[in-house]
Design a protein around this ligand. Structure first.
Ligand code: SAH
Length: 220
């Protein structure tokens, strides 16, 4: 999909809007200003790509609202070279923001149809260095642990233990925790092997965090 001057203009407006809403980190704003968000939505919804709203991406999932992407990225305190694991690849947009911040990104999706669609898109956009996995994110990815940061982009009923184990000491887990339709954003800092501290950052609405892997249906 083409990235036109019009798209670039709309993107600049989106970035200005995020700045007004309190996002001040220039690296995050730079990433959002660079990534062609319209490519992550179906063509029919191109017009919506630069509004600060979440949007359906198929398979009953949504691409998070840009403000939420920016806010979670800020909470994660990503530095160049950090190893970051994302749970809930979805459209791949958040993973691209993390990659633009200089992180080494490992991202997991439980729905095969989304996993395949997003793999193709990431390749087309030149983000092959993002490593994608089909699996249940509540188990994490022990093979590549420990991580400087772990970001969960679905609303979890509780914190999955394996994620805490796979964090580096000094690292942090950003996770919305609560009911299926309403969660509190938590940042869990790993202070030592068994010592964790939790900070709370207000309420959000994410699609639910679900267990297991969902295989591709024939009609997809
Ligand atoms: N980060 C995404 C937004 C994803 S919406 C983006 O930028 O577009 C949340 C995603 O989490 C959905 O695609 C959903 O299928 C996935 N998900 C939910 N529970 C999961 C789990 N246990 N493991 C991996 N992915 C999960």
């Amino acid at each position: 999909m083409e990235d036109t001057y019009r798209h670039k203009g709309l993107r600049k407006q989106l970035v200005d809007g995020l700045r007004q809403k309190g996002i001040r980190d220039e690296a995050i704003l730079g990433a959002i200003g660079k990534i062609p968000r319209h490519c992550f939505l179906d063509r029919a919804f191109e017009e919506w790509a630069y509004q600060d709203v979440p949007f359906p991406i198929g398979a009953e999932q949504t691409i998070s609202q840009p403000y939420t992407v920016a806010f979670q990225t800020w909470l994660l305190e990503v530095k160049k070279g950090d190893k970051v694991m994302e749970i809930g690849t979805g459209s791949g947009y958040q993973a691209c923001v993390l990659a633009e911040m200089g992180a080494k990104v490992y991202t997991i999706e439980r729905q095969e149809s989304l996993f395949q669609k997003t793999n193709k898109l990431l390749e087309q956009l030149g983000y092959q260095r993002i490593r994608t996995f089909l699996g249940d994110g509540s188990l994490g990815l022990p093979r590549f642990a420990p991580y400087d940061g772990i970001l969960v982009t679905a609303g979890a009923p509780e914190i999955p233990k394996p994620l805490l184990n796979q964090l580096k000491v000094g690292g942090r887990l950003v996770i919305p925790v609560g009911r299926a339709d309403f969660q509190e954003m938590l940042v869990v800092h790993k202070r030592s092997a068994h010592k964790f501290e939790t900070e709370r950052f207000g309420h959000f609405r994410f699609v639910p965090f679900l267990g297991g892997v969902e295989k591709k249906r024939k009609k997809d």
